[in-house]
Design a binder for this molecule. Structure first.
Ligand code: SF4
Length: 329
């Protein structure tokens, strides 16, 4: 195996079965990064607790998400994939890091203010400390690179500042300042054509849905709102179905839709059916792998347990160095 360039860390909340937005916005990139980097992908269950009303589905959601990741091409033999809380060293590092950041800085962060607005009945301590826990996640595993889109760049900048503060205060270089691995994060619109694809808005298309369910969902997609009749010319530039064609259809089909839509040569029903077919073809290998993997109900948990053991090995070493640097007896 070729030597990897460096260590990448990324975390995602356990949100259950993944949808097209998750795939295009993160998973596809996770899979690609494995070719060049030693990747650590963490299911951040502790982060999830900060906004959760109920933990009832946490286990199922973790299982389903992991199954999707594996079926999509995450390779656990080379990539570490694990559950955040299975390596409790992260909470110790979080506590230590919390001593080198001012409370005002945390409550001033736009993300905290946004969450506080979203859940005024539950402004818990975890929400305030969220970026510190995130910094602990990254630095515990000595990750050099974190894949982030432009909108998440301030979070990573916070982690970088925190590392500098820690290393300066304790006159050490134990913690590595992570670099941003800039990625083009696609903003995938949901079937409503207006909002980002999300389960909570029920505008999503699940990767693991059957071909029939997928086609049904695609047929509900909102198109060019000006195109009321089949005989009206449409504008593919403002149509979400066309955006999807550009990802899942071949060049000839994209050109055909682009031309025919504008002169009402193709109707939206036919256009969506063509997209649904191409999407189903694209997802077929994923579905076959997912079904195979699901045959062994222990596989997901064994994979996560093995990942946690490998992650813990790195974490323990880091914490030995951190405790020494801080001067804890
Ligand atoms: Fe959108 Fe296709 Fe209808 Fe044109 S024909 S408006 S691209 S769904």
């Amino acid at each position: 195996m070729a030597k990897k360039k460096g260590r990448v860390f990324s975390g995602a909340r356990p949100t259950g079965r993944q949808h097209l937005g998750n795939y295009l916005g993160a998973i596809k990139n996770y899979v690609a990064l494995q070719d060049e980097y030693q990747c650590i992908y963490c299911i951040v269950d502790l982060h999830a607790l900060t906004t959760m009303e109920s933990t009832h589905d946490l286990r199922d959601n973790t299982y389903e998400m992991t199954l999707d990741w594996l079926a999509a091409g995450i390779r656990p033999e080379e990539t570490i994939i694990f559950i955040q809380s299975h390596v409790p060293e992260v909470t110790e590092l979080h506590t230590i890091l919390s001593m080198v950041v001012g409370l005002g800085k945390l409550t001033d962060l736009p993300t905290f203010k946004e969450k506080a607005r979203e859940q005024p009945h539950n402004i818990n301590y975890g929400l305030v400390g969220y970026p510190v826990l995130m910094a602990a996640d990254i630095t515990l595993y000595k990750a050099e690179l974190v894949p982030v889109g432009v909108d998440q760049a301030p979070h990573l900048e916070f982690s970088r500042e925190l590392v500098r503060s820690f290393n300066f205060r304790f006159k050490t270089d134990v913690l590595i300042e992570p670099q941003m691995k800039s990625t083009e994060v696609l903003k995938v619109l949901g079937t409503d054509g207006q909002h980002k694809m999300s389960k909570s808005l029920n505008n999503h298309i699940e990767l693991a849905a059957t071909p029939e369910e997928t086609t049904q969902r695609v047929m509900t997609m909102v198109t060019d709102p000006q195109r009321k009749l089949r005989s009206d010319p449409g504008n593919p530039d403002i149509c979400n179905v066309f955006s999807m064609h550009k990802i899942f259809s071949d060049a000839e089909e994209i050109e055909m839709v682009n031309i025919e839509c504008r002169r009402a040569g193709i109707g939206c029903v036919d256009c969506k059916q063509l997209f649904a077919k191409n999407l189903n073809d694209h997802l077929e290998p994923f579905r076959v792998r997912r079904t195979d993997l699901a045959d062994d109900p222990e596989l997901v948990w064994d994979t996560l347990e093995d990942g946690a053991a490998r992650a813990k090995h790195i974490a323990e070493q880091t914490m030995v160095e951190v405790r020494a640097a801080v001067g804890l007896p």
